[in-house]
Design a protein around this ligand. Sequence first.
Ligand SMILES: [Cu+2]
Length: 330
Amino acid sequence: MAIRVLPSQIIEMLASRRHRLRHFLWHAVRSAWNNPQLTDEVKAFIRDKGWDPPNDRVPLDAKIKLILDNHSGEDFLYMHRQMIKEVSELLDQLEEQSLTFWRSIPKPGGHPDFALPPAWSYDDPSESAATNAAMTARLQRVKSDAYFRDTIVTWEAFYTNPANLAQLSLGALGNLLEMTIHNNLHMRWASVPIGYMPSPNFDDTRDIDPKWDATSYDYLGDTNSSHVNPIFWYLHGWVDSCIDRWAAANRVSEIACIGTWTGKLEEGWTHGAPEALTASVRREAMGGHAHGHAGHEQDGEDIREMEAIVRKLGSCKVIRNFYDVLRDPK
Ligand SMILES: [Cu+2]
């Protein structure tokens, strides 16, 4: 069995500028929201455009410390569950085999489909030689067998143990998962990208060049591209299964999430329905499934608004790439 490559219509939907921007911005707004460098003016702009996280609910405080009691980890789990639901529905419509997930994190030397892409050397001209060397060493470590044995196995055992899950709120679990095992799994399975998309934090690259919309840009280390990569769905399937393990451990039959933020809901979108992520992209990619919403998303206004927000975040230099160490603050 080879690794599951999604049908081209779905890949195109995921690689579309609209879907990329929605995933990128959702992560970017969340991680930047309490950053002291984000100005009130830019925050007001984001609120005005409808892209502010409800109740300012985000995972990190102003000191970049993880907040465990505000339900923002539910947003993380819920939003990615919606992404899985949407792709699953599209596969169903196409009468294609459904997504398969990692039931456990693949071991080194295990299934050949999940053999690790090799580490590479960073050579970022905007960073010092020492920083490049440190980033390279960190990537090698995340991809090592020892990292699996010493770190991933420990995390996986912790997060799948019902006794631990019974002591965590779902929000705490979501934020912990995101910032520990999830981010590192992204980098462990990342292949060297076709190039590094310049951060909108840089003065000369506030706008994301359309060349990064190519389906070949599927770098697992960037929220603008990770979901185009087939591994994303295996990995997030494992993350998603943590919700059900948590529910079982806590004897919860129906999960009532407070954190259900998936980004701005465009006109005609129903909260909780998977089209809340990509209704218009779905229509473009799938053809013939138009529901005739007169929402302004069809003329690309939503894309221009998202681009404007990216520019504003970039002007405050608060876009943080948190899968990859590249361009981390300091
Ligand atoms: Cu994501």
